[in-house]
Design a binder for this molecule. Structure first.
Ligand SMILES: [Zn+2]
Ligand SMILES: [Zn+2]
Length: 340
């Protein structure tokens, strides 16, 4: 069975469930855990059956509920390494400190190192003791992604962490398991083949996906400033195309956003307008998909009818009984599940 269920789409939260064979993947975790579970039930999906979460990029509307959902379900999260790092930075922002505070911190750390080194030297274990000081979140992260590494160092780091007070111990970036993928390198999660591809967007390492299960291909392309030749190539020969139709150009220009934000949205690493989506549908798209879903509509700068009309016009020449059934994904309610 192959099923595609958009639970939420838009700048306030994105989540979709892709089902193929016995595997269920959550694409992005932009809703809170409670809201995700509520919508999954509404859409006839059981949260407990999710096998993994894949993440397109680290913007808040795609990862808001990520840690809580992954922990609650005990499932792995698939990121690119750069996106994982950006997500961790987002969760643990660095404190700003003055020069005097920085100097004080350096002095304190030097004193601590000296105090640690002295007894170790006496026992002749200076070489072993040293890496412990060097193990930061990176060492623990290495363990979490399952790529091995110096076990004893990790054990020591974990023991060191356990000795700290509970507030320091609770790590907001902890996930049950992390798997890395790279754009351009397909991989499989259970019965679903996943092909990630690079998209132009102002995030660390943003991707779109083509999912394939039981011969059905489903493409996922939102949060992209424009349709690059590579994106165009990826979106060929798909049975389902979920495509961003973020804003109406006039509404954005006349709308409430400050000029700097308007510039960002309009830029080559911003979001796809109704007009740009239509241009792609009329020209670059091969017209093969049974379903075309317009997604990531802005609530401030778009109307579902404007997005739909622009796409309908673009698809006019491709009307057929079997292809290009047009749907518009919403922010506040799930789209009816699409079955293949
Ligand atoms: Zn987004
Ligand atoms: Zn984004």
């Amino acid at each position: 069975m192959v099923r595609f269920t958009v639970l939420a789409s838009g700048s306030k939260g994105n989540s979709t469930v892709v089902t193929g064979g016995c595997t269920r993947i959550l694409v992005d975790a932009g809703l809170s855990c409670r809201e995700l579970f509520r919508r999954m039930k509404l859409a006839g999906e059981d949260p407990a059956t999710l096998d993994a979460i894949v993440v397109t990029h680290e913007h808040q509307d795609h990862i808001n509920g990520l840690a809580v959902i992954a922990r609650k379900l005990g499932i792995p999260v698939y990121f690119t390494e750069a996106t994982h790092r950006a997500w961790m930075r987002w969760l643990t922002p660095r404190r700003q400190m003055s020069y005097a505070q920085w100097m004080e911190q350096c002095r304190r750390q030097a004193a601590e190192r000296q105090a640690e080194a002295q007894p170790a030297e006496a026992e002749g274990e200076a070489d072993e003791a040293e890496p412990v000081g060097g193990i930061g979140p990176d060492g623990i992260g290495t363990d979490a992604i399952g790529t091995g590494g110096a076990q004893s160092e990790v054990v020591q780091a974990v023991e060191a962490a356990a000795a700290e007070p509970p507030s320091a111990r609770s790590d907001p970036t902890w996930l049950p398991a992390v798997e890395y993928f790279q754009a351009g390198q397909p991989f499989a999660i259970g019965d679903i083949d996943v092909s990630p591809f690079t998209i132009p967007h102002d995030a660390a390492d943003p991707v779109g996906f083509v999912f394939r299960a039981e011969g059905v291909r489903m493409a996922f392309a939102t949060d992209l400033g424009y349709v690059t030749p590579n994106v165009k190539a990826q979106l060929k020969g798909v049975d389902l195309l979920l495509l961003e139709s973020n804003h109406d150009l006039e509404m954005l220009r006349d709308g409430p956003y400050p000029w700097s934000v308007k510039q960002r949205v309009l830029s080559r690493v911003g979001h796809l307008s109704n007009e740009a989506a239509a241009e792609f549908l009329a020209g670059g798209y091969d017209g093969q998909a049974r379903y075309v879903i317009l997604a990531h509509l802005s609530e401030s700068n778009n109307l579902p009818e404007l997005a739909r009309v622009a796409a309908e016009r673009a698809l006019e020449g491709r009307a057929s009984l079997l292809a290009n059934r047009l749907l518009v994904a919403a922010q506040h309610e799930p789209l009816s599940a699409i079955h293949f």
